[in-house]
Design a binder for this molecule. Structure first.
Ligand code: NAD
Length: 369
């Protein structure tokens, strides 16, 4: 009964516990809300210390996906799966194929892809048992590496913030500090450099800093000093929880807009402090939705140019969120939640009209939707 109480707290629709003794599979699939469409969310493999910890994580993450898809303007609901196992030791083909059969049991009501601890190869095993897998390799008709599309969305999100603060989307001459020069950070640095921004960059891997110094005439900064840089914009593209009690008082930026997930250590508290400090924060799940937009494009047949164009739409979405935040005098992260909730409520109202649902395609094959 405790599980029903926990589910009803944030109104989750469905939670499935998956067990297979032969392969050792223990997984939980959570579906939060399917008002907008089938639940979409990655599969995470993690050695959770308890079943409660795994359940808590999958409920939290699936709910996050509902908001992310809704705010990005996608017709997907929120879902997530966690496999309780150690990604260093417990992976094998049959375990992922067993998981794939559980995913297939949802008949398209849950669609999944890679998340922490899960790689392309693992998802190809899942794909052997179900077509309801996105983000697979280009060779198998998938969309491949999403990070160039994520970076494109972050770049346009930064432009929307610039428009709101400096009255121009142009980043020419703007000082931007980038934390993390991996898949997203490096691609973002390239876009910014091409537009004439002045870059301050950091990474815990010195060779990545060196590459940006050489390629984009960036200034290298020690990792712990990035919060003190006197720049206009801060683009976190490494870790979560970097806006916290220790760093927030040091920030002199006018804008925080980057690709990292869960940037605020405490959503409510730090969102409010940024509002008071007059620092414009681009809600992370909105500005980094390019990766999700990228995989969502696989449903109808993938074209990278189309995905890149759609990721540029993050510009307009952020403008709407900033307008709500200013009108209501609330933090932008609260405004983005409101935007998502409004879209879900409006779509639910539309569904009062009865229509016969049409079959949909996934990579060319037809399925009931
Ligand atoms: P990545 O692993 O390729 O790059 C992360 C970089 O951050 C690495 O170069 C790493 O050395 C560096 N780093 C780690 N700790 C650091 C620290 N303390 N200070 C400075 N640098 C540090 O990852 P990525 O794919 O570029 O993703 C970056 C962030 O964006 C992650 O939070 C990820 O969850 C999020 N994100 C990525 C995508 C995507 O499409 N790749 C989509 C949505 C969100």
């Amino acid at each position: 009964m405790k599980i029903f109480n926990t589910m009803s707290e944030h109104n989750h629709e469905e939670v499935v516990f998956c067990q297979d003794r032969d392969t050792g599979l223990r997984a939980i699939i959570a579906i939060h809300d399917t008002t907008l469409g089938p639940a979409l969310g990655g599969t995470r493999m993690w050695p959770y210390r308890s079943d409660d910890e795994a359940l808590h994580d999958v409920l939290r993450l699936s709910r996050g996906m509902t908001y992310k898809s809704a705010a990005a303007g996608l017709n997907f609901g929120g879902g997530k799966a966690v496999i309780i196992a150690d990604p260093q030791e417990d992976k094998n083909e049959m375990l992922f194929r067993a998981f794939g059969r559980f995913v297939q049991g949802f008949s398209g009501r849950f669609i999944t892809g890679e998340d922490v601890g899960v790689e392309v190869r693992d998802m190809e095993w899942v794909r052997m048992e179900t077509p309801w897998v996105l983000g697979i390799s280009e060779a198998l008709g998938g969309s491949g590496d999403p990070s160039p599309v994520t970076a494109r969305g972050v770049y346009f999100g930064i432009k929307a913030c610039s428009e709101a603060v400096y009255k121009t989307p142009s980043l020419q001459g703007r000082k931007v500090a980038i934390q993390g020069l991996g898949h997203v950070g490096y691609n973002l640095a390239e876009f910014l450099h091409k537009e004439g921004a002045q870059l301050f960059v950091t990474d815990i891997r010195p060779e990545r800093v060196q590459r940006c110094v050489q390629d984009f005439r960036a200034e290298g900064i020690a990792p712990e000093k990035i919060y003190d840089v006197e720049a206009d914009i801060f683009a976190p593209c490494a870790l979560g929880a970097i806006i916290n009690d220790e760093t927030i008082s040091r920030l002199k930026f006018k804008i925080i807009a980057g690709g990292a997930n869960n940037q605020l250590a405490d959503e409510h508290k730090h969102g409010r402090i940024l509002l008071v400090k007059n620092i414009l924060f681009a809600p992370d799940y909105v500005i980094n939705a390019g990766g999700l937009i990228n995989v969502a494009n696989e449903i109808e047949g993938y074209h990278r140019d189309k995905a890149l164009k759609e990721a540029e739409g993050i510009y307009d979405i952020l403008k709407q969120i900033i307008a709500i935040a200013r009108r209501e005098n609330i933090p932008t992260n609260e405004a983005s939640n409101r935007l998502a909730e409004t879209r879900i409520t409006q779509a639910a109202r539309l569904k009062r009209m009865h229509v016969i649902s049409r079959p949909r395609q996934i990579r060319g094959e037809r399925y009931a939707w």
